[in-house]
Design a protein around this ligand. Structure first.
Ligand SMILES: [Zn+2]
Length: 490
C-alpha cells in the first residue's frame, strides 16, 4: 500500500537539506489497528516523526516530502484515519525565520531573548556573563564532542559552589529543539541579573547552586543551523553505515539501555548507539552529575515540543517509589506555569503521559487522592530533610512493561532517578502543541521562558514553573554525604 518512491530517503544526503513543500501532517489514530497503519506508513515511507505516538486519540505529527503527500494522505483517508495538515511548506517557514533573524556584526556579550542564538553566540554570551558576574558564575567544559566542540556548563553559586544542594538543568540534548537552549539562557540571565536585585532570586541562590548546560549537543545544534534545521541526534559517524550519522543522546544512558523505546538501527532518529555511554554528550551529563554526588537535588532536562512535564519512568509504566512526592512538586510547578499565560501542560510519568496525554486524571496517573497538600513555605521548605543515606546507591530496576509501545529506554531522566538517585527528576517538553512544532517563532521565546522560569519583579516571586523550589523538601547535605563514593555504578 505504501509505495516508496526513489529519493524519498531524504535524510541520507550530506547536502544541505531542503524541505521545500514538505508538509507536517497531524494524524490521530483511534484504534490499535489505525495506530499500526500509521506506524507502517511512517516506516515504509521513511517519514520523519515530529512527535512520538502518545496513545490512541492523540495526534502524531509526521513530516511528509511532497512526492509522498498524496500516497500518505490517501492511504490514511482510505482507512478513515483523521488527518490534518498543520504546515504546508516547512522550508518556507525555515527560510522566513532565517531571513528575519538579525545578522550581528560582532558576537554578543549579553543575552538576547528575542532571537535564537547560534552556538558561537551562546559561547560568547557565556564568556560575557562570566566576566560580568565573576563571583557568581563559572563557565567550564563538561566534555568535548566528536567534532571537537566544548560542552559548556555554567555553574551559578553565591558561595563558591562547594557545599550547597544543586539544581541541575540541561538543555539542547536534541539539536532541533531550539527553544530549549533559549530557555536555559533565560534562566541563566534571570539568576545572574536577579541576584542582589530580586529578593526571591537572592534567596534562591543563597540556598541552591545551579549547574546549567545550555547546549548538551553542540555538534547537532550547529548542524541544525548550518545544514538540517530538523536534525535531532549528535553527529558521530556510525561505523559501517557511512550515510547515516548520529546517535540519539537521550537513548544512550545506562538505564534500560537497548530495551523497547530506542532503536539499534544507526539510521533511526532514535538510534541508541553501540553501547550505553558511548557518546561524549551523555558522558558529559553523567560525569557532571557524578562529580556533584549527593548534592544534586533537582534534575531538569528541557525539550520541545508538546507541553508535557514529566517524571520517571520512561521505560516502564510502573511508577517510581518517590512518584507522589515528585508529582506533588510538579503540580505546583505546572500550576505556577499555567498561571503566567494560561498555557496548558500535561503531566505525569513519561510512559504514562505518553500513553494518556490528554487525560490528567490523578487516578489514571497513579496518584493517591489522599496525597498531602503542598506546603507553601518559603525555602528552605519545611522541617523535613530527605534521606541521603541511600543517595547514589542505584535504586531497584522495575522490569520494562512487555508490550507497551510508548516507552523510552536509555533516557537521561531515568538514569538521573534510578542510578544517580536524584530525588526530584523532571523532563519538560516546552511549547508548543504542534502549530509550529520545532519551528517555534522567536516571538514565543520570551513568553515560553517567562512561564517556565520568571520572577515577577513587582511581587518578588518566582512565578514560573521552574524553580518552584519553595515546594522542595530541602535536603541536608552533610560533609559526610558529599564524600559518598560514586565509583561503583559506571
Ligand atoms: Zn527532545
Amino acid at each position: 500500500m505504501w509505495l516508496k518512491e526513489s529519493g524519498s530517503a531524504w535524510r541520507k544526503s550530506e547536502e544541505a537539506i531542503d524541505c521545500r513543500q514538505y508538509q507536517v501532517v497531524s494524524v490521530t489514530p483511534h484504534t490499535t489497528a489505525e495506530a499500526q497503519v500509521l506506524q507502517e506508513a511512517v516506516q515504509q515511507l521513511q517519514l520523519q516523526q515530529w512527535t512520538e505516538p502518545h496513545g490512541l486519540g492523540v495526534p502524531v505529527d509526521v513530516m511528509v516530502p511532497p512526492s509522498l503527500v498524496e500516497v500518505f494522505l490517501s492511504g490514511l483517508q482510505a482507512k478513515h484515519i483523521p488527518v490534518q495538515v498543520k504546515i504546508t511548506d516547512v522550508q518556507a517557514i525555515i527560510d522566513e525565520q532565517a531571513a528575519k533573524r538579525p545578522v550581528s556584526k560582532s558576537l554578543p556579550r549579553t543575552f538576547d531573548h528575542n532571537k535564537y542564538n547560534s552556538l558561537e553566540e551562546i559561547a560568547s554570551i557565556l564568556e560575557g556573563v562570566e566576566e560580568e558576574f565573576p563571583s557568581l558564575v563559572t563557565i567550564s567544559s563538561a566534555g568535548t564532542t566528536f567534532e571537537g566542540r566544548e560542552i559548556l556548563v555554567a555553574q551559578v553559586s553565591s558561595d563558591g559552589g562547594e557545599t550547597r544542594p544543586v539544581i541541575w538543568i540541561d538543555c539542547g540534548i536534541h539539536a532541533r529543539e531550539w527553544i530549549s537552549p533559549a530557555v536555559c539562557q533565560y534562566i541563566l540571565d534571570e539568576l545572574t541579573s536577579g541576584y542582589d536585585t530580586k529578593s526571591e532570586i537572592t534567596e534562591l541562590l543563597d540556598t541552591y547552586d545551579f549547574h546549567i548546560i545550555p547546549v548538551v549537543n553542540p555538534d547537532g545544534y550547529e548542524y541544525s543551523w548550518t545544514t538540517d534545521r530538523l536534525w535531532r541526534k549528535n553527529r558521530v559517524p556510525n561505523e559501517g553505515v557511512l550515510e547515516c550519522h548520529g546517535v540519539d543522546v537521550n537513548r544512550n544512558f545506562e538505564v534500560a539501555f537497548g530495551e523497547p523505546g530506542a532503536s539499534d538501527e544507526p539510521c533511526s532518529e532514535l538510534y541508541q548507539g553501540p553501547e550505553a555511554f558511548s557518546e561524549d554528550e551523555s558522558k558529559a551529563v553523567r560525569d557532571g552529575i557524578e562529580a556533584l554526588g549527593s548534592r544534586v537535588t533537582v534534575f531538569y532536562s528541557l525539550h520541545a515540543y508538546s507541553q508535557d512535564w514529566m517524571t520517571p519512568y520512561g521505560y516502564t509504566d510502573a511508577l517510581p517509589d518517590d512518584y507522589d512526592e515528585m508529582i506533588r512538586v510538579v503540580e505546583a510547578g505546572v500550576e505556577a506555569l499555567e498561571d503566567v499565560f494560561g498555557t496548558s501542560y500535561t503531566y505525569g510519568s513519561v510512559a504514562n503521559t505518553m500513553q494518556l496525554n490528554q487525560d490528567r486524571s490523578h487516578s489514571l496517573l497513579g496518584l493517591q487522592e489522599s496525597a498531602t497538600p503542598p506546603s507553601k513555605g518559603s525555602y528552605p521548605g519545611g522541617e523535613q530533610t530527605l534521606d541521603f543515606e541511600s543517595h547514589f546507591v542505584p535504586r531497584s530496576h522495575p522490569a520494562a512493561h512487555i508490550g507497551l509501545e510508548d516507552v523510552t529506554s536509555g533516557a537521561s531522566y531515568d538514569w538521573a532517578y534510578e542510578i544517580a538517585n536524584i530525588p526530584y527528576v523532571n523532563t519538560i517538553q516546552l511549547r508548543d502543541e504542534g502549530t509550529w512544532g520545532f519551528l517555534l517563532p522567536e516571538e514565543e521565546i520570551l513568553p515560553t521562558a517567562e512561564e517556565t522560569f520568571a520572577v515577577d519583579s513587582s511581587e518578588q516571586i518566582v512565578k514560573g514553573g521552574i524553580c518552584h523550589c519553595s515546594e522542595l523538601v530541602r535536603p541536608s547535605v552533610s560533609a559526610e554525604s558529599q564524600e559518598v563514593s560514586i565509583g561503583g555504578y559506571v
